[in-house]
Design a protein around this ligand. Structure first.
Ligand code: ADP
Ligand code: MG
Length: 818
């Protein structure tokens, strides 16, 4: 008969036996072997963490296991036999509790009550106070929970102490010893004081040298026990003469020295007035005092499936690692402890996004659209091209949503120029076919006008009325448009933010399309709902966002991807020109213009100095018209121009009346003039890669060969090299997704979109690039939790829901969950 797998209790008892063996050995023969027991700390820690990752234990058992780990934390550095003996006795007491047949049922003597650490201002925590709290606030730490989640930036190995006699020049080392001779020399000629400290440990002596820190004489008192770490150097008198310049030091006689030496030591991001060392002491105190009250918000079944450490073990281990340290793993943030913490962050976010998605699905929608409306077929007949397969596929996904009784909330992702507009237009026409209105919202007036001009003619051919509503024009004209929208006379309203502002009322809004969503910031659905609309929503983005980021920003949307360009497009040739090659770049553009093509010349617009940049564009246009492009007609376009003026400028460029369009980044998105074949970007080094890719997407919109010229002022030296390498990424790849990944890697997620626009999730531990696989798992777990228990009624799920709301409520639209 096959043996049945061990029960949970049997497995606990096996663990206890494994741990008991070396401990028992240590206690044998009246503790005679105590001195010989090595590495008990790492051994116990590994065993305990392994057990905790593979099993869910009742809190009191978890506490005992963590207690065991704590008992041996600094065991190897203990020199006092009495103290060692006490530790062994403590461990034996815990082990016998765990070994009892009723280990799981036993009511713990004093189990810490769960505490609301997120409601506990750190100021009132033990040993903090208002002054420290003010400093901590600068680090983004305001509650005890924040402080416990304030994870080290890196770790230093101060565990392996070497005898001084074994040091070799050139290596980094940590040694401890006694301060011997101390000499302070003043060198008036060089206005310098030099402090020479000799440290001895019986195996040899080491010279430590400090410059201009005379006060260190108070630290290095002869006879004191000291630890220093730094790089060993050979002194003048041959290989036995060893020196360290300005090593890090710790005074070992200090009461809390064990926190800072003889182990892997956490290093925290500091702020003026609060050192890493102080943070270490502070956080250690908080862990000891509050950690037991912390509850796990990741449900037990998820933890078990994902083999995640309990939160208490993960936080302890992340702050004060104890398992035999792979320093690299710690510094890269890929230990089991880090993994557990990152998972929690992702999981809560994905839970929030999934809830939001669910909330949308539960809305009743105005109307189920008739996707077989003849209007769509008529529109297709008017188009000068056939849809690509990719467009057809995405369109049919949209139509399924539109025909369904649940609201659509879908993102269309696709590289610049892939043809998102026409797909959206077909969806809008479909909505009109069922007697509803559709709105197309875009981020800039120029783009709104472009869409309006392009679509009006097509729509008129179908007997539909379109209207343009932006912030421009006279109030009277705007009021008139609003009235036509409200009366239902306008079927398709195209505009900027103005479309969803206070006074605008739709007669029967059925579909909202948001173009270039990434320029808008957090989804406007909240605003739509607040106005009483429950339309289908289609979001278009031309910024190809990396998949991992899409999952955090758009985790609540269904996603369709148009993954192919219309046929016949040639890859755009891209080249970086340095300042000295400017004339050549202009020459090239002019040549294209002479051949009947058109060119954009773009100046950067940086917010802080908008006026200066504007002047650069205005003056640039004048200068170029007078010099390099004398033979061409040059137009100028920028955001400060009046609506009408912009309209005229764009129309002239579109008609080929002007051949060179000098512009600020207002043309970054949406503008579509197929005859333009040159995109010349001034100061390309000032742009993000994704943005440059967008700009480049303004050309290459026909079967003609197009070019992107990046003019860059590259500084000499490493900065210039980095900038060049960044731009080269664009030269190498025409694939927006590849570039977006690269941009994300180079700039980090916050910068990538400019957090202002995106409100991209800030994580304390998780890293979107490093942990992308974990993100997918977290998303999967969150979605399956919500599918099985949409109301979070299971007891283990409430903690997760509460934590999710604490963290994300203000950022998401959670409908019924909140
Ligand atoms: P984006 O996805 O960047 O918004 P657009 O919708 O502006 O791209 O389309 C880019 C250009 O490609 C437009 O000139 C559009 O008319 C054209 N286009 C779109 N779909 C097709 C197609 N299937 N075949 C040929 N040209 C197309
Ligand atoms: Mg577009």
């Amino acid at each position: 008969m096959p043996a049945s797998p061990p029960t949970r209790l049997e497995r606990l008892q096996q663990l206890v036996q494994r741990l008991a063996r070396p401990i028992e050995f240590a206690s044998r023969d009246a503790y005679a072997h105590l001195g010989n027991v090595k590495s008990l700390g790492p051994f116990v820690s590994t065993q305990v963490l392994d057990a905790l990752a593979g099993e869910i234990y009742p809190p009191h058992v978890e506490t005992d296991l963590l207690g065991l780990r704590a008992v041996f934390a600094d065991f190897d550095s203990l020199t006092d036999p009495v103290e060692r003996r006490q530790r062994v006795e403590q461990a034996q007491a815990i082990l016998s509790r765990l070994n009892a047949p009723d280990a799981f049922e036993r009511v713990p003597a004093a189990q810490a009550a769960p505490a609301e650490l997120w409601n506990l201002p750190v100021q009132f925590a033990k040993g903090v106070g208002p002054k420290r709290a003010a400093l901590l606030a600068r680090l983004g730490v305001s509650t005890v929970e924040d402080a416990l989640w304030y994870i080290p930036r890196r770790y230093e190995d101060r565990a392996s102490l070497l005898p001084i006699g074994q040091l070799v020049p050139g290596a980094a080392a940590t040694v401890s010893g006694t301060v011997g001779r101390v000499r302070s020399n003043r060198i008036p000629r060089r206005r310098m004081t030099v402090l020479n400290v000799t440290i001895e440990d019986g195996s040899g002596a080491l010279q430590c040298v400090y410059f201009n820190q005379p006060y260190l004489e108070d630290v290095f008192k002869p006879g004191r026990r000291i630890m220093v770490s730094g790089t060993v150097q050979a002194g003048r008198k041959g290989w036995t003469d060893l020196r360290m310049d300005v090593p890090q030091y710790e005074v070992l006689d200090d009461e809390d020295a064990p926190l800072h030496v003889g182990r892997i030591v956490p290093v925290y991001p500091e702020t003026k007035g609060l050192t890493s060392r102080q943070l270490r002491t502070l956080i250690k105190g908080l862990l000891d005092h509050y950690l037991d009250g912390m509850t796990d918000v990741v449900p037990a079944d998820v933890r078990l499936r994902q083999r995640l450490l309990p939160i208490r073990a993960a936080l302890r281990e992340a702050h004060f690692p104890q398992s035999p340290g792979d320093l690299d793993a710690l510094n890269q943030g890929v230990t089991p402890a880090h993994r557990r913490l990152a998972f929690e962050e992702f999981f809560l976010l994905q839970l929030g996004l999934a809830s939001q998605q669910q909330a949308v699905k539960e809305e009743a929608k105005v109307v189920r659209f008739d996707t077989a409306t003849p209007l769509a077929g008529k529109l297709r007949a008017l188009l000068p091209f056939r849809l690509t397969q990719a467009q057809e596929r995405v369109l049919s996904e949209i139509q399924q949503d539109m025909a369904s009784p649940r609201p659509m909330n879908r993102l269309i992702q696709g590289d610049v120029g892939c043809g998102k507009t026409v797909v959206a237009l077909l969806a809008m026409v479909t909505a009109c076919g069922s007697g509803c209105q559709a709105a197309l919202m875009v981020p800039t007036e120029i783009l709104a006008e472009q869409h309006y001009l392009n679509m009006r003619r097509l729509l008129e051919g179908l007997g539909l009325t379109a209207a343009l509503l932006t912030g421009g024009g006279t109030p009277k004209a705007r009021a008139a448009v609003r009235k036509r929208i409200e009366g239902g006379e306008v079927q398709i309203a195209i505009g900027t933010h103005a479309l969803i502002q206070k006074h605008v009322r739709f007669a029967r809004l059925g579909l909202v399309v948001i173009d270039e969503q990434h320029k808008f910031g957090v989804l406007q659905r909240k605003t739509l709902l607040a106005k009483g609309y429950r339309p289908d929503v289609l979001v278009l983005t031309a910024t190809p966002i990396p998949r991992t980021l899409a999952m955090t920003v758009y985790g609540d949307l269904d996603v369709s991807v148009i993954d192919a360009l219309p046929p016949g497009r040639k890859p755009i040739r891209t080249k970086v020109f340095e300042e000295s090659e400017r004339a050549r770049a202009y020459q090239f553009a002019l040549q294209e213009v002479r051949a009947g093509r058109q060119a954009y010349i773009v100046y950067p617009l940086v917010e802080e100095s908008e006026k200066v940049d504007l002047r650069a564009a205005v003056e640039g246009a004048e200068r170029l018209q007078a010099s390099a492009f004398r033979a061409a007609r040059v137009g100028l376009l920028h955001g400060r121009m009046k609506g009408e003026e912009k309209e005229r400028t764009m129309a002239a460029f579109k008609a080929g009346e002007t051949q060179v369009l000098v512009a600020t980044t207002v043309i970054e998105v949406g503008v579509d003039v197929p005859n333009a074949s040159v995109m010349l970007v001034e100061h390309a080094e000032r742009f993000g890669l994704a943005q440059l890719h967008q700009l480049r997407g303004r050309v290459g919109r026909s079967a003609q060969q197009s070019y992107c010229l990046l003019l860059a002022s590259l500084a000499a030296g490493p900065d210039g090299t980095v900038a060049r390498r960044r731009l080269e990424a664009l030269v190498r790849s025409g694939d927006g997704f590849v570039i977006a990944e690269e941009d994300l890697r180079l700039r980090g997620p916050g910068e990538f979109f400019g957090s202002r626009q995106w409100g991209v999730a800030e994580f304390r531990v998780a890293n979107l690039i490093r942990d992308h696989a974990l993100l997918e798992q977290a998303r999967h777990e969150a979605q399956s939790l919500l599918r099985d228990d949409p109301r979070f009624s299971a007891p283990g799920h409430q903690a997760a829901r509460d934590a999710m709301l604490r963290r994300w409520k203000t950022k998401l639209v959670l409908g019924s969950v909140s």
